[in-house]
Design a binder for this molecule. Structure first.
Ligand SMILES: Cc1cc2nc3c(=O)[nH]c(=O)nc-3n(C[C@H](O)[C@H](O)[C@H](O)COP(=O)(O)O)c2cc1C
Length: 351
Protein backbone atom coordinates (compact mmCIF):
# COMPACT_ATOMS: atom_id res chain seq x y z
CA UNK A 1 0.00 0.00 0.00
CA UNK A 2 1.47 3.40 -0.97
CA UNK A 3 2.00 6.25 1.50
CA UNK A 4 -1.10 8.24 0.51
CA UNK A 5 -3.36 5.19 0.79
CA UNK A 6 -1.83 4.46 4.20
CA UNK A 7 -2.65 8.00 5.34
CA UNK A 8 -6.20 7.55 4.09
CA UNK A 9 -6.56 4.23 5.89
CA UNK A 10 -5.21 5.78 9.08
CA UNK A 11 -7.94 8.42 8.82
CA UNK A 12 -10.56 5.72 8.31
CA UNK A 13 -9.29 3.86 11.41
CA UNK A 14 -9.50 7.20 13.25
CA UNK A 15 -13.25 7.44 12.65
CA UNK A 16 -13.67 4.62 15.18
CA UNK A 17 -13.98 6.65 18.39
CA UNK A 18 -12.29 5.06 21.40
CA UNK A 19 -11.38 5.75 24.98
CA UNK A 20 -7.77 6.58 25.83
CA UNK A 21 -5.54 4.42 28.02
CA UNK A 22 -1.99 4.60 29.29
CA UNK A 23 -0.59 1.09 29.53
CA UNK A 24 2.17 0.80 32.10
CA UNK A 25 4.74 -1.77 33.15
CA UNK A 26 8.10 -1.99 34.93
CA UNK A 27 11.22 -3.62 33.49
CA UNK A 28 13.67 -5.98 35.21
CA UNK A 29 15.77 -2.98 36.33
CA UNK A 30 12.73 -1.46 38.04
CA UNK A 31 12.29 1.37 35.50
CA UNK A 32 8.64 2.25 34.85
CA UNK A 33 7.37 2.46 31.24
CA UNK A 34 4.10 3.80 29.95
CA UNK A 35 2.51 4.49 26.56
CA UNK A 36 -0.71 6.13 25.52
CA UNK A 37 -2.76 3.53 23.67
CA UNK A 38 -6.23 3.49 22.18
CA UNK A 39 -5.86 -0.01 20.75
CA UNK A 40 -7.16 -1.42 24.04
CA UNK A 41 -10.13 -3.75 23.76
CA UNK A 42 -11.98 -6.06 26.08
CA UNK A 43 -11.97 -9.64 24.79
CA UNK A 44 -13.57 -12.10 27.18
CA UNK A 45 -15.34 -12.24 30.56
CA UNK A 46 -14.74 -15.92 31.28
CA UNK A 47 -11.80 -16.00 31.58
CA UNK A 48 -11.43 -12.20 31.84
CA UNK A 49 -9.17 -11.12 28.99
CA UNK A 50 -8.17 -7.85 27.37
CA UNK A 51 -5.81 -6.91 24.55
CA UNK A 52 -3.86 -3.97 23.27
CA UNK A 53 -1.29 -3.60 20.53
CA UNK A 54 2.02 -1.80 20.50
CA UNK A 55 4.23 -0.57 17.71
CA UNK A 56 7.40 -2.65 17.40
CA UNK A 57 9.25 0.67 16.96
CA UNK A 58 8.29 2.05 20.39
CA UNK A 59 11.25 2.51 22.74
CA UNK A 60 9.31 0.74 25.46
CA UNK A 61 8.43 -2.28 23.29
CA UNK A 62 11.23 -4.51 24.73
CA UNK A 63 9.99 -3.69 28.25
CA UNK A 64 6.39 -4.72 27.45
CA UNK A 65 7.57 -7.74 25.44
CA UNK A 66 9.65 -9.01 28.37
CA UNK A 67 7.41 -8.08 31.28
CA UNK A 68 4.89 -10.48 32.78
CA UNK A 69 2.45 -7.80 33.89
CA UNK A 70 0.90 -4.59 32.69
CA UNK A 71 -1.76 -2.17 33.89
CA UNK A 72 -4.32 -0.52 31.62
CA UNK A 73 -5.09 2.93 33.05
CA UNK A 74 -8.31 4.20 31.45
CA UNK A 75 -7.95 7.97 31.37
CA UNK A 76 -10.52 10.43 32.68
CA UNK A 77 -11.83 13.45 30.77
CA UNK A 78 -9.42 15.86 32.50
CA UNK A 79 -6.28 13.79 31.78
CA UNK A 80 -5.47 15.08 28.30
CA UNK A 81 -2.09 16.24 29.63
CA UNK A 82 -1.35 12.70 30.88
CA UNK A 83 -2.30 11.28 27.49
CA UNK A 84 -0.03 13.76 25.73
CA UNK A 85 2.85 13.10 28.08
CA UNK A 86 2.72 9.31 27.56
CA UNK A 87 2.31 9.68 23.80
CA UNK A 88 5.79 11.24 23.50
CA UNK A 89 8.84 9.04 23.28
CA UNK A 90 11.04 9.77 26.26
CA UNK A 91 12.41 8.57 29.54
CA UNK A 92 10.98 11.19 31.90
CA UNK A 93 7.30 10.41 31.32
CA UNK A 94 6.59 9.64 34.98
CA UNK A 95 8.18 12.83 36.38
CA UNK A 96 5.57 14.66 38.43
CA UNK A 97 2.81 12.11 37.67
CA UNK A 98 1.09 10.70 40.77
CA UNK A 99 1.36 6.91 40.63
CA UNK A 100 0.90 4.06 43.05
CA UNK A 101 2.23 0.53 42.60
CA UNK A 102 0.25 -2.69 42.61
CA UNK A 103 1.49 -5.90 44.23
CA UNK A 104 3.71 -6.65 41.24
CA UNK A 105 5.19 -3.14 41.36
CA UNK A 106 3.25 -2.08 38.22
CA UNK A 107 2.49 1.68 38.11
CA UNK A 108 -1.13 2.80 38.40
CA UNK A 109 -1.76 6.39 37.35
CA UNK A 110 -3.80 8.28 39.94
CA UNK A 111 -6.92 10.03 38.73
CA UNK A 112 -7.68 7.45 36.04
CA UNK A 113 -11.30 6.46 35.50
CA UNK A 114 -10.38 2.79 35.94
CA UNK A 115 -7.37 0.49 36.29
CA UNK A 116 -7.22 -3.01 34.86
CA UNK A 117 -4.27 -4.97 36.23
CA UNK A 118 -3.21 -7.81 33.97
CA UNK A 119 -0.91 -10.77 33.67
CA UNK A 120 0.32 -11.18 30.10
CA UNK A 121 -0.84 -14.55 28.79
CA UNK A 122 0.02 -14.30 25.08
CA UNK A 123 1.79 -12.12 22.52
CA UNK A 124 0.72 -12.32 18.88
CA UNK A 125 2.44 -10.91 15.80
CA UNK A 126 0.40 -8.11 14.27
CA UNK A 127 2.38 -6.67 11.35
CA UNK A 128 4.24 -3.60 12.56
CA UNK A 129 2.61 -4.09 16.00
CA UNK A 130 2.58 -6.82 18.63
CA UNK A 131 -0.74 -7.78 20.19
CA UNK A 132 -0.60 -8.39 23.93
CA UNK A 133 -3.32 -10.47 25.53
CA UNK A 134 -3.71 -10.01 29.27
CA UNK A 135 -5.69 -11.87 31.89
CA UNK A 136 -7.35 -9.50 34.32
CA UNK A 137 -6.17 -10.06 37.88
CA UNK A 138 -7.63 -6.97 39.58
CA UNK A 139 -9.60 -3.93 38.57
CA UNK A 140 -10.93 -0.75 40.09
CA UNK A 141 -13.20 1.96 38.76
CA UNK A 142 -14.25 5.47 39.75
CA UNK A 143 -17.18 7.38 38.33
CA UNK A 144 -15.26 10.15 36.61
CA UNK A 145 -16.08 10.56 32.96
CA UNK A 146 -13.74 8.92 30.47
CA UNK A 147 -11.64 10.74 27.90
CA UNK A 148 -12.40 9.82 24.30
CA UNK A 149 -10.41 10.04 21.07
CA UNK A 150 -11.58 10.05 17.45
CA UNK A 151 -10.61 11.58 14.11
CA UNK A 152 -7.27 12.56 15.63
CA UNK A 153 -8.87 14.70 18.35
CA UNK A 154 -9.59 14.38 22.05
CA UNK A 155 -13.29 14.24 22.83
CA UNK A 156 -15.63 14.20 25.80
CA UNK A 157 -18.49 11.74 26.10
CA UNK A 158 -22.15 12.44 26.63
CA UNK A 159 -25.08 10.10 26.79
CA UNK A 160 -26.91 9.89 23.49
CA UNK A 161 -30.04 12.02 23.61
CA UNK A 162 -32.11 9.99 21.21
CA UNK A 163 -33.24 7.37 23.67
CA UNK A 164 -36.88 6.32 23.91
CA UNK A 165 -39.10 9.36 24.35
CA UNK A 166 -41.73 9.18 27.08
CA UNK A 167 -45.40 10.03 26.51
CA UNK A 168 -45.69 11.11 30.14
CA UNK A 169 -46.43 14.87 30.19
CA UNK A 170 -44.39 15.17 33.41
CA UNK A 171 -41.37 14.07 31.42
CA UNK A 172 -41.81 16.91 28.93
CA UNK A 173 -39.39 19.25 30.71
CA UNK A 174 -36.76 16.55 30.84
CA UNK A 175 -37.37 15.81 27.21
CA UNK A 176 -36.88 19.49 26.39
CA UNK A 177 -33.62 19.50 28.33
CA UNK A 178 -32.52 16.44 26.39
CA UNK A 179 -33.39 18.14 23.12
CA UNK A 180 -31.47 21.28 24.08
CA UNK A 181 -28.47 19.18 25.06
CA UNK A 182 -28.57 17.50 21.68
CA UNK A 183 -28.61 20.89 19.93
CA UNK A 184 -25.83 22.09 22.22
CA UNK A 185 -23.53 19.25 21.19
CA UNK A 186 -24.37 19.72 17.52
CA UNK A 187 -23.27 23.38 17.48
CA UNK A 188 -19.52 22.94 16.77
CA UNK A 189 -20.18 20.85 13.64
CA UNK A 190 -22.90 23.23 12.48
CA UNK A 191 -20.56 26.21 12.98
CA UNK A 192 -17.94 24.43 10.89
CA UNK A 193 -20.43 23.66 8.11
CA UNK A 194 -21.91 27.16 8.08
CA UNK A 195 -18.45 28.73 8.37
CA UNK A 196 -19.50 31.23 10.98
CA UNK A 197 -20.47 31.84 14.55
CA UNK A 198 -23.65 30.03 15.55
CA UNK A 199 -25.80 30.69 18.58
CA UNK A 200 -28.38 28.69 20.48
CA UNK A 201 -31.32 30.80 21.61
CA UNK A 202 -34.14 29.84 23.95
CA UNK A 203 -37.26 31.67 25.12
CA UNK A 204 -36.58 32.12 28.85
CA UNK A 205 -38.50 33.97 31.57
CA UNK A 206 -37.30 37.38 30.37
CA UNK A 207 -37.74 36.60 26.68
CA UNK A 208 -35.32 35.55 23.95
CA UNK A 209 -31.97 34.57 25.45
CA UNK A 210 -28.87 33.38 23.63
CA UNK A 211 -27.47 30.72 25.93
CA UNK A 212 -24.40 29.96 23.85
CA UNK A 213 -22.39 31.29 20.97
CA UNK A 214 -20.19 28.70 19.33
CA UNK A 215 -17.09 30.73 18.47
CA UNK A 216 -15.68 30.88 14.99
CA UNK A 217 -12.20 31.86 13.89
CA UNK A 218 -13.31 35.48 13.43
CA UNK A 219 -12.45 37.72 16.45
CA UNK A 220 -15.99 39.03 15.99
CA UNK A 221 -16.93 36.37 18.54
CA UNK A 222 -15.76 38.74 21.29
CA UNK A 223 -18.66 41.06 20.45
CA UNK A 224 -21.19 38.31 21.13
CA UNK A 225 -21.94 37.59 24.75
CA UNK A 226 -23.57 34.34 25.87
CA UNK A 227 -26.34 34.20 28.43
CA UNK A 228 -27.89 37.58 27.64
CA UNK A 229 -31.49 38.46 26.93
CA UNK A 230 -31.72 39.91 23.43
CA UNK A 231 -34.28 42.26 21.92
CA UNK A 232 -37.50 40.51 20.88
CA UNK A 233 -38.03 43.02 18.07
CA UNK A 234 -34.51 43.75 16.81
CA UNK A 235 -32.47 40.56 17.23
CA UNK A 236 -32.78 37.70 14.74
CA UNK A 237 -33.24 35.27 17.64
CA UNK A 238 -36.06 37.36 19.15
CA UNK A 239 -37.80 37.80 15.80
CA UNK A 240 -37.61 34.07 15.04
CA UNK A 241 -39.30 33.26 18.35
CA UNK A 242 -42.02 35.90 17.95
CA UNK A 243 -42.76 34.56 14.48
CA UNK A 244 -43.39 31.05 15.80
CA UNK A 245 -44.60 31.33 19.39
CA UNK A 246 -48.24 32.09 20.24
CA UNK A 247 -48.92 35.80 20.77
CA UNK A 248 -49.74 35.29 24.45
CA UNK A 249 -46.12 34.23 24.98
CA UNK A 250 -44.42 37.27 23.50
CA UNK A 251 -47.13 39.99 23.52
CA UNK A 252 -46.22 41.68 26.80
CA UNK A 253 -42.47 41.57 26.16
CA UNK A 254 -42.86 42.91 22.62
CA UNK A 255 -45.19 45.73 23.75
CA UNK A 256 -42.61 46.76 26.35
CA UNK A 257 -39.86 46.77 23.72
CA UNK A 258 -41.95 48.79 21.25
CA UNK A 259 -42.75 51.21 24.08
CA UNK A 260 -39.06 52.00 24.44
CA UNK A 261 -38.71 53.05 20.78
CA UNK A 262 -39.30 56.65 19.67
CA UNK A 263 -43.08 57.24 19.28
CA UNK A 264 -44.66 55.70 16.16
CA UNK A 265 -41.40 54.06 15.01
CA UNK A 266 -43.03 50.62 15.11
CA UNK A 267 -46.66 49.64 15.60
CA UNK A 268 -47.88 46.26 16.76
CA UNK A 269 -49.63 45.79 13.40
CA UNK A 270 -46.44 46.54 11.46
CA UNK A 271 -44.55 44.13 13.73
CA UNK A 272 -47.13 41.36 13.12
CA UNK A 273 -46.81 41.94 9.37
CA UNK A 274 -43.05 41.53 9.68
CA UNK A 275 -43.55 38.24 11.55
CA UNK A 276 -45.74 36.92 8.74
CA UNK A 277 -42.89 37.52 6.27
CA UNK A 278 -40.43 35.76 8.60
CA UNK A 279 -42.75 32.75 8.85
CA UNK A 280 -42.96 32.60 5.09
CA UNK A 281 -39.18 32.89 4.58
CA UNK A 282 -38.30 30.48 7.38
CA UNK A 283 -35.54 32.76 8.73
CA UNK A 284 -35.42 36.04 10.64
CA UNK A 285 -32.74 38.67 10.00
CA UNK A 286 -31.28 41.49 12.00
CA UNK A 287 -28.41 43.96 11.91
CA UNK A 288 -27.03 45.07 15.25
CA UNK A 289 -24.82 48.11 15.58
CA UNK A 290 -21.83 47.19 17.71
CA UNK A 291 -18.11 47.98 17.35
CA UNK A 292 -18.67 46.31 13.97
CA UNK A 293 -22.05 45.84 12.34
CA UNK A 294 -23.15 42.30 13.04
CA UNK A 295 -25.91 40.65 11.08
CA UNK A 296 -27.89 37.73 12.42
CA UNK A 297 -29.94 35.08 10.67
CA UNK A 298 -32.11 32.87 12.82
CA UNK A 299 -34.13 29.75 12.06
CA UNK A 300 -36.59 27.91 14.31
CA UNK A 301 -36.09 24.44 15.81
CA UNK A 302 -39.32 22.60 16.64
CA UNK A 303 -40.01 19.77 19.08
CA UNK A 304 -42.26 16.72 18.78
CA UNK A 305 -45.38 18.80 19.38
CA UNK A 306 -44.35 21.21 16.64
CA UNK A 307 -43.59 23.92 19.24
CA UNK A 308 -40.53 26.11 18.69
CA UNK A 309 -38.06 25.29 21.47
CA UNK A 310 -34.87 26.89 20.21
CA UNK A 311 -33.47 29.29 17.65
CA UNK A 312 -30.40 28.46 15.60
CA UNK A 313 -28.71 31.75 14.84
CA UNK A 314 -25.86 32.48 12.48
CA UNK A 315 -23.93 35.69 13.18
CA UNK A 316 -21.41 37.34 10.92
CA UNK A 317 -20.18 40.73 9.79
CA UNK A 318 -23.07 42.53 8.14
CA UNK A 319 -21.32 42.72 4.77
CA UNK A 320 -20.80 38.93 4.79
CA UNK A 321 -24.49 38.18 5.30
CA UNK A 322 -25.84 40.72 2.86
CA UNK A 323 -27.49 39.37 -0.25
CA UNK A 324 -30.81 38.19 -1.41
CA UNK A 325 -33.10 36.31 0.92
CA UNK A 326 -32.39 32.95 -0.53
CA UNK A 327 -28.60 33.01 -0.54
CA UNK A 328 -26.81 29.66 0.03
CA UNK A 329 -25.98 30.40 3.69
CA UNK A 330 -29.62 31.25 4.46
CA UNK A 331 -30.68 27.99 2.88
CA UNK A 332 -27.97 26.07 4.72
CA UNK A 333 -29.04 27.55 8.07
CA UNK A 334 -32.68 26.68 7.41
CA UNK A 335 -31.66 23.12 6.52
CA UNK A 336 -29.50 22.73 9.66
CA UNK A 337 -32.43 23.89 11.85
CA UNK A 338 -34.82 21.55 10.03
CA UNK A 339 -32.38 18.64 10.47
CA UNK A 340 -32.18 19.34 14.22
CA UNK A 341 -35.99 19.49 14.41
CA UNK A 342 -36.19 16.10 12.74
CA UNK A 343 -33.60 14.64 15.15
CA UNK A 344 -35.72 15.83 18.07
CA UNK A 345 -38.77 14.21 16.53
CA UNK A 346 -40.63 17.20 15.05
CA UNK A 347 -43.31 16.28 12.56
CA UNK A 348 -42.40 16.89 8.93
CA UNK A 349 -43.60 20.32 7.75
CA UNK A 350 -46.76 20.34 5.63
CA UNK A 351 -45.82 20.34 1.94
C1 LIG B 1 -4.58 8.80 21.47
C2 LIG B 1 -3.33 7.99 21.17
C3 LIG B 1 -3.43 6.63 21.05
C4 LIG B 1 -2.28 5.84 20.79
N1 LIG B 1 -2.43 4.51 20.71
C5 LIG B 1 -1.33 3.73 20.50
C6 LIG B 1 -1.45 2.31 20.49
O1 LIG B 1 -2.51 1.75 20.65
N2 LIG B 1 -0.31 1.58 20.28
C7 LIG B 1 0.92 2.17 20.10
O2 LIG B 1 1.91 1.47 19.91
N3 LIG B 1 1.05 3.53 20.11
C8 LIG B 1 -0.04 4.32 20.32
N4 LIG B 1 0.09 5.69 20.38
C9 LIG B 1 1.42 6.29 20.23
C10 LIG B 1 2.26 6.04 21.50
O3 LIG B 1 1.63 6.60 22.65
C11 LIG B 1 3.66 6.62 21.38
O4 LIG B 1 4.22 6.22 20.21
C12 LIG B 1 4.48 6.14 22.54
O5 LIG B 1 4.16 6.86 23.71
C13 LIG B 1 5.94 6.20 22.28
O6 LIG B 1 6.57 5.91 23.52
P1 LIG B 1 7.98 5.17 23.67
O7 LIG B 1 8.65 5.23 22.30
O8 LIG B 1 8.66 5.94 24.74
O9 LIG B 1 7.70 3.76 24.04
C14 LIG B 1 -1.03 6.48 20.64
C15 LIG B 1 -0.94 7.86 20.75
C16 LIG B 1 -2.08 8.62 21.03
C17 LIG B 1 -1.97 10.10 21.17
Amino acid sequence: MDASMQRELRDVFGTFVTGVTVVTTRDAQGTPHGVTANSFSSVSLDPPLVLWSQSLKANSFPAFRDSEHFVVNILAEQQVDVSQRFARAGTDKFDGVAVSSNEHGMPRIEGSTAFIECRKVATYPGGDHAVFLGQVERFHRTHSRPLAFGNGKYMVTHVHDLGPVSDDPAAATLEQLGALRLIHHALPDIAARLQGIVGLGVWANAGPTVVRWEPGPDPLTKELVSGVVVSPIESATGLAFCAHLPQRKYGRIVEAAIGKLPPRELTLAAFEARLAVIRQQGVARSVTQAAVDIAGLSAPIFNREGRMIAALTLADRAEALRGEDDCPRTRALREEAAALSRRIGAPAPAA
